[in-house]
Ligand binder design. Structure first.
Ligand SMILES: NC(=O)c1ccc[n+]([C@@H]2O[C@H](COP(=O)([O-])OP(=O)(O)OC[C@H]3O[C@@H](n4cnc5c(N)ncnc54)[C@H](OP(=O)(O)O)[C@@H]3O)[C@@H](O)[C@H]2O)c1
Length: 314
């Protein structure tokens, strides 16, 4: 396999930094350019320790003038900015949008490899899923096969989920010793999970004062009763061929085990003994990895015909 050149727009953001790190370590990907308007001209190593000292951020404008330098373009831009770039540029061989701009777009493939892997293999435009939407999808997809009457999710995320640009949801004073619930109806990831699962999902997110990682607890009413062993076996079978999903059965997922990794851990599977149609599932991921950057690399690997784990697992 020859090496593919990857360009990143928005490389100095939280997700962009992870992408740079993963691409520099990837055996079949080469970093073509990394943009940051606020950091243009500065060594990438100042922001991303371990990056080679001769690499520097460049301006968005100069990257756009030479897009041919990239076989793969990753848009790690704020929501709303990616759509503008795509409209005004020639399409490279493969484009991955990390933002929410194309997650409902019919010309884009939704990049949740555990469900849509076959579509991703032939895709040229991939909309990378949202972080919470990823955890909800992975927790609920096996249950959808069993028949779901209702699904409610409660999520807690570290504040890196709100990006590096200061805002209400990453303000250290608000978050100190606190938990901040927000968007209790109509959250974009509620709509996203519902759309791509093909069933209604309610979602209540919160931000907590740790930096990275998120956990979603799904409370689900199934159409039919189930027992704990059958539920556990169902998850194990569903994810038997998924290298980045670990089905833990009754074991409680921990952020400690997923942060800085490409894994999703799904566990604490629980069945109500009085009404065995009522089940609970917990999914933990690193929002910056499986919720964004490592998921993007997983999608690039599939779309370029590489092994799914290339550059992600030793
Ligand atoms: N954080 C997460 O957990 C997470 C998870 C999944 C998806 N996402 C999505 O991923 C995208 C990036 O998130 P993030 O958390 O990395 O955000 P971020 O930390 O705020 O970084 C955004 C990057 O884009 C650059 N930028 C801002 N506005 C721009 C514009 N108009 N044109 C070109 N570049 C611009 C920024 O500034 P400079 O150019 O000055 O460097 C920075 O490098 C967002 O769409 C977010 O919704 C985030």
């Amino acid at each position: 396999m020859t090496t593919a050149n990857v360009g990143i727009l928005g490389a100095r953001g939280y997700v962009g930094r992870e992408l740079v790190r993963l691409i520099l370590a990837h055996p079949h990907l080469n970093l073509a350019f990394a943009t940051s308007d606020s950091g243009a001209g500065k060594p990438i190593a100042d922001t991303i320790p371990g990056a080679p000292h001769d690499l520097r951020f460049i301006e968005t404008e100069s990257a756009m003038e030479d897009l041919d330098a990239a076989d793969v373009l990753i848009l790690a831009l704020p929501n709303g900015a990616a759509e503008e770039v795509v409209k005004n540029s020639a399409a490279p061989r493969l484009t991955i949008d990390i933002s929410a701009d194309h997650r409902f777009h019919q010309d884009w493939t939704y990049g949740l490899a555990e469900t849509f892997g076959e579509d991703i293999r032939t895709a040229s435009r991939i909309a990378n899923p949202g972080c919470y939407a990823t955890a909800m999808h992975l927790a609920l997809r096996p249950l959808a096969d069993l028949g779901v009457a209702s699904a409610h999710c409660f999520g807690v995320s570290g504040y890196s989920g709100a990006g590096a640009t200061p805002n209400d949801r990453n303000d250290p004073n608000t978050l100190r010793d606190n938990i901040l619930p927000y968007a209790l109806a109509n959250h974009g990831h509620e709509r996203e999970a519902s759309h791509h699962l093909g069933m209604p999902v309610r979602f209540a997110p919160s931000v907590a004062p740790f930096f990275r990682g998120l956990m979603v607890t799904a409370l689900v009413t199934l159409n039919e009763p189930i027992d704990t062993d059958a539920l556990g076996e169902h998850f194990v079978q569903h994810y038997a061929d998924a290298p980045f999903v670990r089905a833990l059965n009754a074991e409680t997922p921990s952020l400690h085990n997923v942060v800085n990794t490409p894994y999703a851990d799904i566990g604490l599977l629980t069945v109500d003994r009085n009404d065995p149609r009522q089940v609970a599932v917990v999914c933990a991921i690193d929002n910056l990895m499986k919720g964004a950057a490592s998921q993007a690399i997983q999608n690039i690997n599939l779309a370029l015909g590489l092994a799914p784990t290339d550059g992600l697992l030793p």
